[in-house]
Design a protein around this ligand. Structure first.
Ligand code: ADP
Length: 493
């Protein structure tokens, strides 16, 4: 158990280069093994072919020549005995010399013990035959009577025996060749089977090694990819625990330490927001409460002038509390620290509710509000924040539209988006300011020079909320003719 763990740890420490080098080496050695196996088989194959060509077929050819020469010897000898022509005897001697020369040549070549014995026997037989011819020749030359028929019978017997022997030898050679070819066929069949097995083995091992190495690299990379996605979504908790090659392991450690630092920054940011919220809101609320107590006469009678001043203080501290809330909310959104509560919601109902809140303002300015949205598909949103968006945009439309104007709310559904448009017949926005109005504290100064109340934070907040929903917000406007604000929200959550 301990040994196998140690083994695993050692493998994990191998760099990507070492892993690739080892696997290539393994594959190359397997291929080298296969090549050696084939080379040795090829060598054996060559040896057998060589022995067939040089040994067997060579001897078969020589045996055939010997048979021809012996037949010629016997033919010339018999004719000489009959007609006593010297020329026939010379032809016999030539054939005999050729036979002997060929046989000597064969015996000088490297032969198997079996072949050596075979040719030695032929040599002995042939010498016997030559001796009989020489003896008969002596009788003929001395012109003395001898057993001519007896000599003829004996020579024929020996010649026939030799020819028969050589025929049998030739046949056994042919069988030998046949046996060798059969053996070769069996060997090549076996080699082909082994080759297929080795090929399949090499292929499977190669694929296995490649899969293991790829997995050991891809798996930690995928884990890191998932972790970075989590970090992008603001989740910094949990360390990456991966067994990987050193290079990737270092990267994982860097991601872990980055996570720890981000976590620390995150804590500092949340501390800052709660601290600021407490430090600013508490004294402002005290000022507001104190002013109200003074106004209500709890600390004695308040004169007209004092009442006017106290009203201004109360109104400004209320404005300041609102500003601090909006500013803190916006800062939280920008820092990605605001929590959204997403759920399926009916935007038409949210628009209705926002309109209800804003109706007093519309009525005060006799502005006609037309809501043509009708039934809308449900979308996944943070309902409270989305209502804040509508209150801001419709509120702006009412704020920047003079008396007796019109504000229209429309909706359109495309394949992927739900689009809401808020159009007014108000003062409009200069073309060069259309982009910047979504930046915080940007307020367009009206051509009249009149300052409209506001914080300059509304549209910046709208943009942050819509972006957090994966949506888009933009505006079209013509100065003096009115503005149109558009929000697009994705239909899929
Ligand atoms: P504010 O609190 O000033 O309304 P906003 O961020 O909501 O802040 O808007 C920024 C500026 O954009 C406004 O001060 C105004 O100049 C311009 N604006 C917004 N909506 C409209 C509109 N419907 N018509 C004309 N101007 C607008």
């Amino acid at each position: 158990m301990w040994v196998s763990f140690n083994h695993k740890a050692a493998i994990m420490k191998l760099s990507i280069f070492a892993r690739l080098a080892i696997s290539y080496l393994l594959l190359f050695s397997m291929l080298a093994g296969v090549s050696l196996f084939f080379l040795s088989h090829l060598h054996k194959f060559n040896q057998v072919i060589e022995s067939i060509i040089l040994d067997d077929t060579g001897q078969m050819e020589h045996t055939a020549q010997l048979v021809d020469l012996l037949l010629a010897e016997s033919r010339f000898d018999r004719k000489y005995v009959l007609v006593k022509d010297e020329q026939l005897f010379e032809s016999y001697q030539r054939a005999r010399a050729d036979f002997t020369a060929l046989l000597d040549k064969i015996v000088r070549e490297p032969l198997s013990p079996e072949s050596t014995l075979f040719f030695e026997n032929i040599k002995t037989g042939h010498e016997h035959f030559s001796r009989l011819v020489a003896e008969e020749m002596d009788h003929i030359t001395a012109a003395e009577p001898y057993d001519s028929e007896g000599y003829d019978r004996e020579k024929q017997r020996i010649a026939n025996e030799l020819i028969e022997m050589m025929k049998v030898g030739r046949q056994s050679r042919e069988e030998n060749v046949f046996r060798k070819i059969k053996g070769l066929r069996e060997q090549t069949g076996g080699a082909a089977r082994i080759a297929i097995m080795i090929f399949v083995g090499t292929f499977v091992t190669g694929a296995l090694i490649a899969a293991l190495i790829t997995r050991s690299i891809i798996r930690p990379v995928n884990l890191m990819k998932a972790k970075t996605k989590e970090i992008a979504q603001g989740n910094f908790s949990g360390d990456l625990e991966i067994h990987s090659p050193p290079a990737i392991h270092e990267l994982a450690s860097a991601i872990n330490s980055m996570c720890h630092k981000l976590q620390a920054v995150d804590t500092i940011k949340s501390d800052f927001f709660s601290h600021m919220s407490h430090e600013l809101r508490t004294p402002l609320s005290s000022i507001q409460e104190g002013t109200n107590l003074l106004l209500e006469g709890h600390c004695g009678a308040v004169g007209k002038r004092q009442e006017r001043i106290l009203n201004i203080v109360a109104e400004e501290s209320k404005r300041l509390i609102e500003l601090v809330s909006v500013l803190l909310d916006l800062s939280k959104m920008e820092a990605g620290m605001l929590e959204y509560h997403f759920a399926k919601a009916d935007l038409a109902a949210l628009i209705e509710r926002s309109l209800l809140n804003l109706m007093p303002l519309a009525e005060a300015k006799s502005i006609a509000v037309r809501n043509t949205t009708g039934l809308l598909p449900a979308v996944t949103v943070d309902a409270e924040r989305m209502e804040q968006v509508f209150r801001n945009i419709i509120g702006n439309a009412l704020k920047f539209t003079p008396q007796h104007g019109t504000v229209t709310i429309e909706a359109a559904v495309t394949e992927q988006w739900l689009e809401i448009a808020v159009k007014d017949t108000g003062i409009g926005i200069p073309r060069e300011c259309l982009e910047s109005i979504f930046t915080k504290f940007r307020q367009v100064v009206a051509t009249t020079g009149e300052k409209v109340k506001g914080t300059g934070l509304g549209l910046a907040t709208v943009k942050q909320i819509i972006l957090a929903h994966g949506g888009k917000v933009w505006a079209h406007s013509q100065e003096g003719a009115g503005s149109s604000f558009y929000i697009a929200l994705p239909l899929s959550s």
